[in-house]
Design a protein around this ligand. Structure first.
Ligand code: P6P
Length: 337
């Protein structure tokens, strides 16, 4: 088709960005794209199948797993196993990381961290959900890859991306050289380049936070919310509040329109709710590559020490000037002790 660039063609075209790559990362991204299409097919017809609702199991987060959570997790792990390009998969749905013990995989040089279906509580009410993935190069040089290969700082990521299963299905990813978005064309079953060189607006007028937790927010966040709600036409305030309750969907909207997504610490989540390894770090890499900013209110997400697989973090992510504003209020009203 004239002018249509598929994800596969794009990945191959960009392969030259990695002089020493022999195609492994390209094949890994392709494998993720294939699994995303399979998950998309099931998400789009979830209401017609006995695949809605709870799987009757609980994940390490203590959250009841949805049937689609389990399905999506199985699809991504299976695709990564058969692709042979990664030796470990660390998933939100698995207590421990999954070691891919195959003749080819055990010597593979990549590690994949993934939240296979983020926001899945929204599935039963037909609201957008997403997949978030992060790719690292293993550090260990021989023998079996270990947890140390997974617990790397976000600055070590070689690639990160998300899939949003929304009004259309998009795959957005970076390999550290900008961000590109691909929309799934169901008529040909291919992700096609639709949003080249994505940039998040430096400023925005949308703030995204679960205000139901207001009483438990740090004082700096409370001050920021009041700042957003004050009338000031010069700075286009009051801003607009938008909260989908699906991290990928909230951040994707802000990527397109500008805005800030905040999940701060609360009394029920003293370290924040969202997970550093497979939610905050990949989204932070993508947003920074698109010209935005991502911190925990004080320091850069990507530089946070990663000490455990399901470690949580507060996250303030989006348009740079909006994140800088709330950070200034955090340092004034909720200073780190
Ligand atoms: P709350 C979904 O469960 C999720 O992990 C993210 O996708 C979303 O941003 C957040 O939790 C919503 O959490 O506490 O506002 O329902």
């Amino acid at each position: 088709m004239q002018g249509v660039l598929t994800l596969g063609q794009f990945i191959i075209e960009k392969q030259n960005d990695f002089p020493y790559a022999k195609g492994e990362l390209s094949r890994l991204l392709r494998d993720i794209g294939i699994a995303s299409k399979i998950v998309n097919r099931e998400v789009n017809k979830a209401g017609l199948m006995d695949i809605l609702g709870d799987a009757g199991t609980i994940n390490i987060q203590g959250e009841c797993q949805k049937k689609l959570d389990v399905f999506a997790n199985e699809q991504f792990i299976s695709a990564l196993k058969s692709g042979g390009e990664c030796c470990i998969v660390a998933s939100e749905e698995n207590d421990e990381f999954v070691y891919i013990d195959g003749e080819v995989s055990k010597n593979a040089k990549y590690i994949v961290a993934i939240d296979p279906l983020d926001g899945s509580s929204n599935i039963d009410v037909n609201v957008a959900v997403g997949t978030i993935f992060s790719i690292y190069r293993r550090k260990s040089v021989d023998g079996k890859a270990t947890l140390a290969d997974v617990l790397q700082n976000g600055t070590e990521q070689v690639a990160a991306g998300y899939v949003i299963y929304g009004s259309s299905t998009m795959l957005v990813y970076t390999t550290g050289k900008g961000v590109n978005g691909f929309t799934l064309d169901p008529s040909i079953g291919e992700f096609c380049l639709s949003h080249p060189k994505m940039k998040i607006p430096e400023d925005g007028t949308i703030y995204s936070i679960n205000e139901g937790n207001y009483v438990h927010f740090p004082e700096g966040v409370k001050k920021y919310l009041k700042y957003c709600q004050v009338e000031d036409t010069d700075t286009l305030r009051p801003y607009t509040s938008r909260y989908i309750g699906s991290m990928v969907a909230d951040i994707h909207r802000n990527m397109i329109k500008g805005g800030i997504f905040i999940y701060p610490t609360t009394s029920s989540a003293p370290n924040g709710k969202l997970r550093l390894v497979y939610e905050c770090n990949p989204m932070a890499f993508i947003i920074e590559q698109a010209g935005g900013r991502a911190t925990d209110g004080y320091s850069r997400i990507l530089e946070k020490d990663v000490t455990s697989l399901h470690q949580r973090s507060a996250i303030f992510i989006g348009s740079e000037n909006m994140v800088l504003k709330v950070e200034s209020l955090m340092s004034e009203y909720s200073p780190l002790l």
